[in-house]
Design a protein around this ligand. Structure first.
Ligand SMILES: [Zn+2]
Length: 70
């Protein structure tokens, strides 16, 4: 699994990210960024094969014809 929610979108530092934490506060570069925004930035920057896996784990897709149950 691509640890998109646990990786700093600014400096790529990896750190534990408890689910209850809503803001990613990087221990290395000091950035404070909303958890979901950090995750989406990481997904944009990640290799496509990893993005596909991560998106399916989130049960989300950006397709117009998305057939995921809501
Ligand atoms: Zn950082």
């Amino acid at each position: 699994m691509y640890p998109s929610s646990k990786t700093c979108s600014n400096c790529r530092h990896f750190q534990p990210m408890p689910l209850r934490e809503r803001v990613f506060n990087c221990q290395r570069c000091g950035i404070e960024i909303e958890r979901d925004l950090n995750t989406s930035i990481n997904l944009e920057n990640a290799p496509q094969d990893q993005v596909g896996r991560a998106l399916s784990e989130l049960n989300a897709c950006g397709e117009d014809k998305c057939r995921h149950a809501s």
